[in-house]
Design a protein around this ligand. Structure first.
Ligand SMILES: [Zn+2]
Length: 111
């Protein structure tokens, strides 16, 4: 991939990383708020627990994405960014525009 394109995707990844980190900061605040509030009733407490489960799930996904972004940066420094890690074919740039942290082409992502 051309250096100019790498630069473009590096910027995209940086923005994405910042966005996810901000989300992680806010979700940390909301989950601790649920634990502190013991005065709420049983049903709303169950709702709160469900919300907390969902928040945890979302948090786990975002943490996974952070790891994928990190490894995309590593592939950039190795010069293998934009190449599918499974079949070694170039990943179409349209896919990288949608998910700059993609490590595989569409064909291999299903495996
Ligand atoms: Zn592939």
């Amino acid at each position: 991939m051309e250096p100019e394109r790498i630069k473009h995707f590096r910027e995209r990844l940086k923005e994405l990383r910042l966005e996810i980190k901000e989300h992680l900061e806010t979700s940390k605040d909301s989950s601790s708020a649920v634990k502190l509030d013991t005065s709420i009733g049983r049903l709303s407490r169950m709702d709160a627990m469900q919300d907390q489960q969902m928040a945890l799930e979302l948090r786990r996904r975002r943490e996974n994405q952070l790891l994928r972004i990190q490894s995309a940066f590593e592939r950039m420094s190795l010069g293998t960014y934009g190449i599918c890690i499974a079949c070694k074919e170039p990943i179409p740039e349209a896919r990288l525009e949608l998910s700059p942290d993609a490590a595989t082409c569409v064909k291999c992502s299903g495996r």
